[in-house]
Design a protein around this ligand. Structure first.
Ligand SMILES: [Zn+2]
Length: 436
């Protein structure tokens, strides 16, 4: 083979060189432009992520973290709006104090790409690593801000608070209903984890609170005069436990007793249980939810207690899977230095209000590896990883991938069109599928 590459075939060599330049240079050039930009902004972004890690503010109270991000983005040239109006039944007062929207227009009409940031902590600190979601998203936003004067379209950074209590609706659901995602063509986010993954599966989820009202009576002197509300809760759990055997493997049904009586010598007149129902698709979750409701009704019927059950307005959904967007992000990850063999499936499924965004707009989430495989989200070990130099290094790679993906959307209108079409087709298919 080597003999065929000698100087006796100059035309052939020229042809190869031209093909290489045509195909390879734009990819290399794009990656260089974005990674140079990342290198320039990375130290600033790290300082912000570290500060959010130290602040460890919990959902709805992320005032300093939100303020720091808003100031940083304003300093980078974004137009930042805080105090976003949202439905009053989801956030008291109808204003999300810790959410924000930062916008930057490019040099003309084009796609709207949204990068979402999360920054809420848990009781044990940033054990879900949301400081790194902010950090990596900020890396992407800051790198792109330097390039936007030469790009068509609009870059939006959405500060989305209160993710950990997402099913209460005060985070992304409130922002969606407030119209703050209107016009988004693609939405990008990252999340730290124990592996690199582009698996988009999340569990749909809905909560149920069952309140049983019975009749108090002395538990020894006159038990025959009482109606035991705690027994109704017990029956509900027993029925749910039996139901579980007949549910699909991905369905999760779990509950706690929140009220079970006050004194041992009084028949409980009030008892309450809270459940969550989850499944990989919303129709299956809804079907299991209806059957759990029947379990609670059985609890009431079997004991003579009355049941109070109001179905919550907010449910979390699974996101729509958008293959062209995942592929674009995969290219971004590979260009950022992640090896194809490192990309793994996700197996320990969770729910997030991210699913609601992904049900409304083409969305992709990048799971990035900051801890050894098997390290659980919300564990102390994950918290330590979220504050480590290795954690930051992975966050920068994830942020670079997000920037590259957004850059591809801004520079390739046909990619945006493919993403939109795939999203619409997947949604139509999901809407047409029968309820199991
Ligand atoms: Zn999280």
């Amino acid at each position: 083979m080597r003999a065929s590459l000698d100087a006796s075939q100059p035309c052939w060599l020229l042809f190869v060189a031209l093909v290489w330049l045509t195909l390879a240079y734009p990819v290399a050039g794009r990656a260089d432009t974005v990674t140079d930009s990342v290198a320039a902004v990375e130290p600033t972004c790290r300082a912000v992520a570290d500060r959010i890690y130290t602040l460890k503010e919990q959902g709805g109270a992320e005032r300093q973290s939100s303020a720091l991000l808003r100031e940083t983005l304003a300093g980078m040239g974004f137009t930042v709006t805080g105090d976003l109006p949202v439905p009053a039944d989801l956030v008291s007062g109808g204003v999300s104090k810790t959410a924000f929207k930062a916008e930057m227009a490019g040099n003309g009409p084009g796609p709207t790409v949204v990068i979402m940031l999360e920054y809420d902590a848990l009781a044990n600190g940033h054990s879900c690593g949301h400081n790194l979601i902010s950090g990596s998203g900020l890396v992407a936003a800051a790198a792109l801000a330097k390039l936007m004067p030469g790009l068509p379209g609009r870059l939006v950074v959405m500060g989305t608070p209160d993710e950990e209590r997402g099913s209460a609706g005060g985070g992304k659901v409130a922002l969606l209903e407030g119209g703050h995602f209107d016009g988004a063509d693609a939405v990008l986010i990252t999340h730290p984890a124990d592996r690199w993954s582009l698996d988009q599966r999340l569990l749909s989820m809905k909560r149920a609170t069952f309140t049983f009202h019975g009749k108090a009576s002395h538990a020894a002197a006159a038990p025959e005069k009482g109606v035991n509300a705690l027994n109704a809760v017990e029956l509900t759990f027993h029925c749910a436990d039996m139901l579980r055997q007949h549910l699909r493997q991905d369905v999760r049904l779990h509950g706690i007793v929140t009220t079970g009586g006050d004194k041992v010598n009084v028949v409980p007149e009030l008892a309450q249980a809270e459940f969550a129902v989850r499944a990989l698709d919303t129709a299956t979750m809804d079907a299991a939810y209806a059957r759990l409701g029947d379990c609670a009704r059985a609890g009431a019927l079997g004991t003579g207690a009355s049941l109070e059950f109001v179905v919550p307005r907010v449910a979390l959904t699974s996101p729509v899977v958008v293959p062209p967007l995942i592929e674009a992000t995969r290219r971004g990850l590979l260009a950022a230095g992640v090896e194809a063999g490192q990309l793994k499936d996700w197996t320990e499924f969770v729910s997030s209000d991210l699913g609601r965004v992904g049900d409304a707009y083409p969305t992709v989430n990048v799971w990035f590896k900051i801890a050894p495989e098997g390290t659980a989200l919300h564990s102390d070990a994950m918290r330590e990883a979220a504050g480590s130099p290795e954690g930051w290094k992975a966050a920068v790679m994830a942020g670079t991938a997000v920037a590259l993906t957004a850059y591809e959307m801004f520079t390739h209108p046909q990619e945006v069109e493919a993403v939109k079409q795939a999203f619409a087709a997947a949604r139509a298919k999901a809407a047409g599928s029968p309820t199991p």
